[in-house]
Ligand binder design. Structure first.
Ligand SMILES: *Cc1c(COP(=O)(O)O)cnc(C)c1O
Length: 379
């Protein structure tokens, strides 16, 4: 047979849909029947389900992960003159929101093995900004990159010492845990995303905020509906249209019935990658005493040329791959102007040679074998 082998999907939402469709259809029919398409009863049910799952006291669903980050920062009135510390190696939304609000993102380097924010460098960057005196340090956005938790005890200790607000950008890591506690209450506000490709994905845009503070949760609810007060036509503050639509809540309630099993399936596949590939390529180091949501499984190749060869070899074998992220944010045209010019050597190096393998709960054992064989054949 000289045919190309069956291509393996990088993400298989059709296979996942087949597993949940019997539960999903009646939920969608219920929404069609009651016609409360925005903030309907499924939204409140989802907020209770998500809060219970991650052990957070309050959950406020919103229209996307990006809007969740924005509402968290609007509630703190973060804006002009404020420095917001965040890793340079993350998705663009993390840095976009402070800029949209007039604040200045201050980029911090990452750990070369876990890819999470480098705590020593975070402390150094805060000291630098204080010494310069032009910006007021206000907040730290920790990102749980690729589904693994950032070092929250260390981030919180720095934030307490410096009087900074903490935001957990948990867009890739809902369901992950650190020291036996699920993410959702590590920071003053936790923001997650239900973009379809995230570990818990909707069939459209969606997001959620978690907090332990009742006042903050009330602010989030007001801000997601144009800053409304106790009645719809009382406007207390400048807000936004950041509400979740009810169909997305229905989809997410259905996906929550299988989410725990999916996390276990992802972990099992990651363990196979670790053991079969660990001697041939640099597999991702695990954050100690944590459980990842395994949004992305990223390996490091020796250099960019080796990565190009690997991607071409995998493609020829029907194995897809992806690059998260080919450029650190401080090198993006949109952010270069806001960056103070500091070199961030780990983010710069990692972006040239990192590569992600497929990792989703609907990969078969045979798929996983084929992926491993293809990687080993192209080292
Ligand atoms: C996906 C993502 C976001 C944004 O979420 P959306 O729902 O797409 O707006 C923010 N931060 C990180 C790290 C992400 O991966």
């Amino acid at each position: 047979m000289n045919d190309m082998p069956r291509p393996i999907p990088f993400l298989d939402l059709k296979a996942q849909q087949a597993r949940i469709v019997a539960d999903l259809r009646p939920r969608l029919d219920a929404v069609l029947a009651h016609c409360q398409f925005i903030l309907g009863p499924e939204v409140a049910e989802l907020e209770r389900t998500l809060a219970a799952f991650c052990g957070a006291t309050h959950c406020v669903t919103v229209s996307s992960g990006t809007d969740a980050l924005q509402i968290a920062m609007m509630a703190e009135e973060i804006g002009r003159g404020d420095a917001v510390f965040l890793p340079a190696f993350t998705y663009t939304a993390t840095a976009e929101v402070p800029l949209v609000l007039g604040a200045t993102p201050v980029f911090v380097d990452i750990d070369p093995r876990t890819f999470q924010i480098d705590i020593a460098h975070l402390a150094a960057r805060i000291a630098e900004v204080k010494a310069k005196g032009a910006l007021r340090p206000r907040a730290i956005i920790g990102v749980d990159l690729f589904g693994q938790p950032a070092d929250w005890p260390a981030i919180r200790a720095i934030a307490e010492q410096e009087g900074l607000f903490t935001i957990d950008d948990c867009a890739q890591a809902f369901g992950a845990s650190l020291h036996g506690v699920r993410l959702g209450s590590m920071a003053d506000a936790t923001a997650t995303s239900f973009f379809p490709s995230k570990p818990l994905g909707a069939y459209g845009d969606g997001g959620a905020l978690f907090t332990e503070s009742a006042e903050r949760a009330a602010l989030f609810r007001s801000l997601r509906t144009h800053g409304e007060g106790t009645t719809r036509y009382e406007v207390l503050r400048t807000g936004m249209n950041g509400r979740m639509d009810t169909f997305q809540a229905a989809v997410l309630l259905s996906k929550m019935t299988v989410f725990q099993d999916e996390l276990a399936a992802r972990e099992k596949i990651a363990a196979v990658y670790d053991s079969r590939l660990g001697n041939a390529v640099t597999t991702p180091a695990r954050v100690p005493d944590s459980e990842s949501a395994f949004a992305i499984y990223a390996i490091l190749l020796p250099d960019g040329a080796a990565r190009d060869r690997m991607q071409a070899g995998l493609a020829a074998a029907g194995v897809p791959s992806a690059i998260y992220y080919p450029r650190p944010l401080h090198h993006q045209p949109a952010y270069a102007g806001a960056h103070d010019g500091t070199a961030l050597p780990v983010s710069e190096d990692v972006s040239t040679r990192i590569m992600a393998l497929p990792l989703h709960p609907d990969l078969t054992d045979h798929d996983v074998d084929r992926i491993c064989d293809a990687v080993l054949a192209n080292v």
